[in-house]
Design a protein around this ligand. Sequence first.
Ligand code: XUL
Ligand code: CO
Length: 439
Amino acid sequence: MEYFEGINKVNYEGPESKNPLAFKYYNPDETVMGKSMKEQLRFAMSYWHTFTYMGNDPFGVGTMFRPWDNTEDVMEKAKRRVHAAFEFMEKLQIPFFCFHDRDIASEGKDLKETNERLDVIVPIIKEEMGRTGIKCLWGTANAFSNPRYVHGAGTSCNATVFAYAAAQIKKAIEITKELGGENYVFWGGREGYETLLNTDTGLELDNFARLLHMAVDYGKEIGFTGQFLIEPKPKEPTKHQYDTDAATVLAFLRKYGLEKHFKLNIEANHATLAMHTFQHELNQCRINGVFGSVDANQGDSNLGWDTDQFPTNVYDTTLAMYEVLLAGGFTKGGLNFDSKVRRASFEESDLFYAYIAGMDTFARGLKVAAKLLEDKVFENFKAERYASYNQGIGKGIVDGKVGFKELEAYALENGITPNVSGRQELLESILNQYIMETK
Ligand code: XUL
Ligand code: CO
C-alpha cells in the first residue's frame, strides 16, 4: 500500500528549480569538506512528530487525519505507521530515524503486554531497514506521557515508579541495540520540579545519576556499543528541568562520574528557551569534548515555549554547522528533525514541504560554514586577536610559568599595550556576504 500517492522520490534540482517537491540545496552526493553532504549532515526523521502527532494543542484536538491511522486496531495502526514511515524516508532520501518506545507501539495493559507489542513491531522495522538501508540514529524511552510519571521517572518521589522507569528504559536500550541504534538518548521528560516546597532536589539528582549508571552498566552487559546522550532543556514540561543547559548537564555528569559515558544532544529550540543561542550550546559541547548529536528545529522569538518548528533560518544553521565542523563533524550523531508541522499544515504533502525546507536550510548552512572555515575568515581573526598569548608574558601565563608576583612586576614595569577593536559589525557584515554569495 502506498500512503503518499502522487509524491515521487524527492531529488536535487538546484537553486533555480521551482519544483516544490525538489531539493534546491541538499545534493546528497556533493562533496563538502571531504565528505558527501549525506555523510556530513546525517539527517534523521523523528518518528513522533512525523507519524504520531495529530495536530492537537491545548485548545483543540487533532487536525491531521492520516491515511495510515485509519483503523481502530492499535497493532494494525502501529504496523501501518512503520510502512508509511519508511515510504516517507525513502521518498525524501532520509538515511536515519529516531524513536521513542511509545511511538512505535502504544502501551498495553501492563508492562508485559507493552513489551510484547514492541517485540511484534521491532522485527517489522528491522525488515524495512533491511529493505531500504535506512538506519536508526537513536532510540529513547518515553518516560513522561503516562500518568505514572506525574512526579518524574528517575527523579520520582515514588521508588516503585523509579523501578518501573528502569524496567522501561532497559527494554528501550534492548530494542535500540536490536535496531542497530548509533546512540541512546535521555531527554529529561518530567525530570525536574514545580516547587521546592515539596522537593528534595539532592535525592532526586542522586537518584537520576543512579539510573544513568545502571543504564551504562546494562548497556555494557548486553554489548550495546551506541553512544549515550543527554538532551538539555530548561523548562517545559516542568517549571525547572534538571538538565537546563549544556553547562548544567556537564556539571551534573562530572559530579557523578558519568562524563566518560555521555555526550550531549543539543536541540536548537531548547537552547533558545535557556536564553542561549543554538551556536552557544554547540560551542560549549565542542570545547568540553562532549558534542554528540543535534535535534534540529527552531523556536519563535515571540513565543516562550518549545514550538519545534522546522528550521528555515539560514543564519542559524550556518552558525550551527560552523560549530559542528569545528568539532570535527558528526561521528555517531546526526541532525534529527525534532520538528513538527503547524496545526494548520495538516495535509500529508506539508510533511514533505517541511522536511525539504529543513534539509535545504541545513545544506545551505553547511556549505556556507565550510567556505567560512576554508577561507579561515573568523579563525584568522581570532588567531590574531589572541596572539599576545603566544609570546612573552602571555606565553608565561598559558604555560603556567608565572604567578601573581611575576605579573605584578610585569604590570608595574610595562603597563599595558593598547586594546584594539573587536570589529563585531565588520565580522557580521562579512558573514552576511558569505551567506548571500557562497555558491
Ligand atoms: C522534547 C524533546 C524530545 C526529545 C526526545 O522537548 O525534544 O522529543 O528529543 O524525548
Ligand atoms: Co528533542
